[in-house]
Design a protein around this ligand. Sequence first.
Ligand code: COA
Length: 394
Amino acid sequence: MPLSIGIESLSLYTPRFSLPLHSLAEARGIDPNKYIIGLGQEEMSVMPPDEDIVSMAANAASKIITPEVKDSIKLIMFATESGVDQSKAAGLWVHHLLDLPKKCRIIELKQACYSATCALTLARSYLSLHPDERVLVIASDNARYGLNTPGEPTQGCAAAAFLVSHTPRLLEIEPEQGYHSEHIMDFWRPNYLSEAIVDGKYSTRAYLSTLASSWDDYAMKSKRGFHDHSRFCYHVPFSKMAEKAHERLVKINSEQNPSDTLDISKSPSHSLTYSKKIGNGYTASLYISLASLLENDPHDLSLQRLGLFSYGSGCVGEFFSGIVPKEYTLLKDKNRLAHEDLISSRKALSCSEYEQLFSHSTPTNGSEYMTPVLTEQGFRFKGVKNHERLYEHV
Ligand code: COA
């Protein structure tokens, strides 16, 4: 019997500013229902100039690094597609800010929104050789498409930090994974741009075909079908995408099993509660969805199997599964209250305030620069001096 490995604790962070999408719709002369019903999004988090992937990551991880677990963290994997340095792993700043043990390895991983899932897989392999250790996985991203673009209402920013260990209290990961990789240009961000280039319609089609292919591979390897899963979590670039993904899985299942009836309790609604208000968190978004499901689904999910789909444009997709341990109920309310507070305490911006923050430019030639203080508590990005990024705790 293989030892169980999985997610022991999971914490989310998003900056303290948001934009209600009805305000964006009004400013852009668009029917708000396009965003709220058509894309399934109500609000999006907005990144102030004194936050970045490092401050968000440190703010998320600080909530799960207790004195009991600190010394056992021997590997940190930082997943992002909003990297702040071409050479240094962003996790080194987090390691420093959280005063983690020096006997630790740190790397950064990149493949669009997929890389945190790869980190989870690598963490499982690593922990099978090092059963007494823990791995800290951090997914942190700022989703930027640009003002007045079709992608604008699907922006957002967030970090998810989770500990992977032999004491999974939130999700025990099962060994079978189905995956699919293919060189396509649906979404990418050249080094000289701060916003992504995206063929949005093509990327939604690529997401769905990658889901179908990853699911087939997973179903073949695990010999499981749709009904062997109690709930599903999907990568959420916008909520409607996850609903379309679920419809695709249901369709695949009904084509293979025409007599099956659709169980609507399996729809991804509770997994979307947080994403509808945070927006896209790129690498973090599947794990925002997982936290949302575990904390908001009113049913007891103990010992239930979840199916999870991760998609990173370009593209790599992976379908995998996990069993929810009974202990998850001990963390459910505490985590939900913390995440609800994080989301509801954000300051709602007007569209012009959002545009100001979005357009705030930082020098790209390394000249000294101090950020305005907008983040009132936790870790913040202080500025750049001697080409070095500086952070502080307020
Ligand atoms: N009321 C209700 N729904 C409305 C509406 C209204 N007044 N107006 C439009 N809609 C619906 C559309 O029917 C469509 O739904 P459907 O896809 O189920 O048919 C949805 O709103 C979006 O409208 P659409 O015209 O397709 O939007 P768009 O061309 O402006 O762009 C994206 C949508 C997702 C392509 C764009 O936001 C984008 O590029 N996002 C970034 C890329 C991304 O997230 N990719 C996902 C894969 S990783």
